[in-house]
Write a protein of this length. Structure first.
Length: 158
């Protein structure tokens, strides 16, 4: 029997540690591939990469998002994959984004509401502090959606 959530708009936020150091060209190729896959499955979102830590928001059809997340979780380039939040949402936070991307720590640190979640003290950085704190995650996502972070995100893409 199909899950009613499969037809609803679903959002999943995860963090992971990179298993290797990526050159800028490798990150660009990863982003190009992610954008193509996400476009094909109507998935939107944002990807942050700082200090070998990924923070990504995926939103779209529940089955498509979960399938993509499972693929990411099994990807040998990721370790310590941790779901921070997942929920049914009324609308996309990043509906007009083509997978926004930022990987410059200084630029991330200048963003409003930044806390050093990319600390190296834990495998998933300080993002573990967000696990189960849906209100705080929602606040971070709202900051992105409002647009100020978007300028920084788009400025990082070459």
């Amino acid at each position: 029997m199909p899950d009613d959530r499969d037809s609803e708009l679903f959002q999943l936020v995860y963090v992971s540690a990179a298993t290797k150091t990526f050159a800028d060209t490798e990150l660009e190729q990863l982003l190009i591939g992610a954008r193509q896959t996400n476009h094909a499955f109507q998935i939107t979102g944002v990807l942050l990469f700082v200090d070998n830590t990924f923070f990504q928001v995926l939103e779209g059809d529940c089955q498509a998002v979960r399938a993509l997340y499972e693929k990411i979780a099994c990807d040998p380039r990721h370790s310590n994959v941790l779901v921070i939040a997942e929920s049914i949402v009324n609308e996309r936070n990043f509906g007009d984004w083509n997978m926004g991307f930022i990987h410059d720590k200084e630029r991330v640190a200048s963003l409003p509401g930044f806390v050093d979640f990319f600390s190296q003290d834990e495998p998933a950085g300080g993002f573990t502090l967000l696990q189960g704190d849906s209100q705080r995650v929602a606040h971070i996502l709202e900051s992105f959606r409002r647009g100020r972070w978007r300028r920084h995100t788009e400025a990082s893409v070459t």
